[in-house]
Each structure stands twice: as C-alpha cells, then as structure tokens.
Design a protein. Structure first.
Length: 132
C-alpha cells in the first residue's frame, strides 16, 4: 500500500481545521506560523478541491471560519487509514526484539520530552484562544 502523497503543509491545514472546527483564518495563520497570504493560498487550494469550506464568522462580518467538508473528512480519513496500515505492516514485519527496543526508546524519548519545561502540556493555550 503506497504512502499518502500530500505535502505536509496541506495536510497540516486539514488536520488543524478538523481538530478545531470553526477556526478563524487568523488563528490558523498563527498556528501555522505562516504569513496570511500563504495561509490563504493553502486554504484556497483545499477549498478548490472541495475539502475546506469558508463560512462567515457569526460575530464579525470581516472574519471567516473554516470547516472541513464531507469530502475533506473522507479524504483525511483515507490518508489516516493508509498511514495506519503502512505503520501496522511495517511494525508487524519487524522482529520482536526490534519492536521491544523501539517501544523502550520511544518511552524514554517521551519521558525526556516531558521534563522539558517548554514542552509540558499546558491546561489551555491562552494565546491561541485569543487569536481564535
């Protein structure tokens, strides 16, 4: 089964819009760390394919919110299914001792990351909420 071929930036846009239904364009730009024209082009391309829909913001006529369309959800689901199948196939093909070593290494990496002050999960990202 071939790996999904979609540029990371386009996939990231779809994943963010999927996770944060109704996100404002400005908040998406902030999360991507991109310039507004770049974000607009990324959204335009996804919209042209029928994957993302722009909606007027209920509280502001100057802003729009974004949502995945049914086609966008289906497309994203297929990408995730192909990714999961590829990972499952690859892990199954690995010898047991390598899978064990991988599990131990990933657990150690996770623990090390949790000890980094900047990477600790925050209860709520106030800056992202204010941009939303």
């Amino acid at each position: 089964m071939p790996a999904p071929c979609i540029p990371a930036s386009r996939l990231r846009v779809m994943c963010i819009v999927d996770r944060k239904e109704g996100i404002r364009m400005r908040a998406l730009t902030h999360l991507l760390g991109a310039a507004p024209p770049s974000t607009c082009r990324l959204v335009d391309r996804r919209q042209a394919l029928g994957f993302i829909q722009r909606r007027p913001h209920p509280g502001s006529r100057r802003e729009v919110t974004l949502a995945l369309t049914r086609a966008g959800r289906t497309h994203l689901s297929r990408i995730r299914q192909r990714r999961d199948a590829l990972l499952t196939h690859t892990l199954t093909a690995m010898p047991a001792h390598q899978r064990t070593a991988l599990t131990e290494s990933l657990t150690a990496l996770h623990q090390a990351l949790l000890h980094q002050l900047t990477l600790r999960p925050a209860p709520k990202d106030a800056s992202a909420d204010s941009a939303a």
